[in-house]
Design a binder for this molecule. Sequence first.
Ligand code: NAD
Length: 434
Amino acid sequence: MISTDAAAVVDELRELFRSGVTKPVAWRRTQLTGLRTLLAEQEDVFLKALYADLRKNAVEAKRAEIALVRNEIDHTLENLDSWLTPESADIPRPLRPGDGRVVREPLGVALIIGPWNYPLQLVLAPLVGALAAGNCAVVKPSELSPNTSAAIAEHLPNYVEGVRVVEGAIPETTALLEQKFDTIFYTGNGTVGRIVMTAAAKHLTPVTLELGGKSPAIVEPGADLAVTAQRLAYGKFANAGQTCVAPDYVLAIGDTGPKLAEHLAETVGAMFGADPATSDSYGRIISTRHHDRLAALLDNGTAVVGGEADRDERYIAPTVLTGVSPDAPVMQDEIFGPILPIIEVSDLDAALAFVNERDKPLALYAFTESDETKRRIETETSSGGLVFGAAIIHLAAPDLPFGGVGESGMGRYHGRYSIDNFSHVKAVLDKPLA
Ligand code: NAD
């Protein structure tokens, strides 16, 4: 897309925004209802596209790409009036008489740039917030999931007003980023996150960066290792490990490592059968480049389960590695694939030190029965989110803010946090003249 086209798209939306049509709550509700209808009427189209892009099975796609967004819509429709009600604020005695209140006003035109791993959810969930807050939006789905991108471009504009879809790769995104937006919401990797933030700085545009990184899972003696293995395996092997909050690696305290590895091997068998390559419920890697990157990590430890790869199929088996060195390549960058290394550490202090010596993760998981351990992890580490006893499920709780910290991102969304993210929170002080 040449920049004049990008400029025309933004100009058109800005004009619509300035007309004031997006501000009434009724307009916002209509758009959210439109999104809900889109998901209902085009479900089959989206399921086919997600299968073509990622071999995402229908059950997983319905849960993670469709139901999750529908729940976000319903939760927002239910609470929108109360979230938008101005909050009254106390005025200090020397300034009285007068009334103070806090109002949330839409920012204007938002740019939403999506990734390929949950290519529908990660475009529509932010869009729910943008529209509910009364904005217009340009949506740029990932070119690496071309079928889902095309389905979004074809159908979304038929169900909502104030939204334009721009498909494309780096040239199209670059042209969009040259334009002045009122907020930019980017989901993807930190390298592109820096490009987005640099472009935004030219226009002083606020950004939300939903990034990734290595999210650790701490396992302590005393935790039920069979249940721990099931919950870790679900979080790790859904979408073939291509989930921003998938547990990246395990820090197994004391003697938990070998037993946990056995349980994980059993769980993988129960989830996908003896040969996951033939399972309908197991996905594929998005591209040959990512396949090759992951295949090169398979020998970074001893595979207690998995270890196989098939380049033609872009298949990487669900793999658990033991005997992994913290210096191994698999422990350097986010894995973003179905390989789970287990690192053995002596005690909780060593686990906390391991986490704190590295970038702040998007998610931190811990499996323990000890309240004292929970308290220490909560107060002595920093991460986008913290989950005890499970993995990845926190992103489905719309009253919990979802976002990163440090290298895992900035800003947060879901539920009322999306409204704040896509609004200006304005101070109003009203003092009588007499
Ligand atoms: P990606 O390659 O699809 O890129 C994301 C978007 O950036 C795409 O729309 C793409 O067109 C655009 N882009 C790519 N290069 C660009 C450039 N040079 N200039 C401008 N735009 C460009 O997705 P990805 O980055 O490979 O996604 C994987 C990463 O995203 C992982 O690190 C993962 O953890 C993270 N992620 C985070 C979340 C979250 O919610 N925090 C969710 C999903 C993925």
